[in-house]
Design a protein around this ligand. Sequence first.
Ligand code: NAD
Length: 249
Amino acid sequence: MGNLEDAVAVVTGAGRGMGRAIAEELGSAGARVVVNYSRSKEPAEEVVENLSGNGAGRAVAIGADVSKADEAQKLIEETLERFGRIDVLVNNAGITIDRTMRKLTTDEWDRVVQVDLNSCYYTVKAALPRFMEQESGSVVNISSFVGQAGNFGQTNYSAAKAGIIGFTKSAAQELARYNVTVNAICPGFIETDMFAVVPEEVKDRIRKRIPLGRIGEPGDVARAVRFLVEDGDYITGQTINVNGGIYMQ
Ligand code: NAD
């Protein structure tokens, strides 16, 4: 893409955490940004407000629960109504429901797979006709190192995040002919609300396991997304690990 000036970027689950940092990073690079949220409008409006420094009307908050196919479709339709195109799609929305398999219910398994994995298919499927017509586009799916390494108490999450990597490779092969790149990012432990629930002593143990010696910041991931969409024209079907070295392939 080279230059994000006036590109249209959709970031799912962008009201807080990594999604917010990604929306702000792409906005500061000149993109017009759709800040998707599922339930809480206020934080998403705040992100839009922060982005308004880049020019009025360059960002918009759109509510949609992307774990539902019809709402994911609506998100893409509203983006096209508002901005007339879509250049970047970042599938960031995600949840965890951590339990050992012994305690995990089928509903808890389904819910995590629905939000973390199926949502990626729903949004890409909805954006596909426009990507094909434009003959350009960049999709970045936020997976996790847990999808590569596994983690105790996270069978649902690791399966969904590993699924994202497989989906990314297949979608990349299908969409390359339309000049659309599809990549995944696997963050390590990143300081967001999702990580805040981890007890302090466990955080200390985690820190000791990270070769770079610190928990990641949302900005570490946001800059990798920006690199992929700005300079990654010849990168597709890849998994970029932004994890401080905690997992090396
Ligand atoms: P977070 O909980 O702070 O943010 C997740 C966002 O997704 C929230 O804004 C939430 O409202 C939104 N969301 C949840 N379900 C949604 C739905 N159905 N539709 C639309 N939005 C929805 O967590 P985060 O750490 O910022 O996580 C962002 C992504 O990074 C997730 O996919 C997560 O799995 C992944 N990740 C996080 C870490 C970490 O350590 N924080 C590590 C690896 C991967």
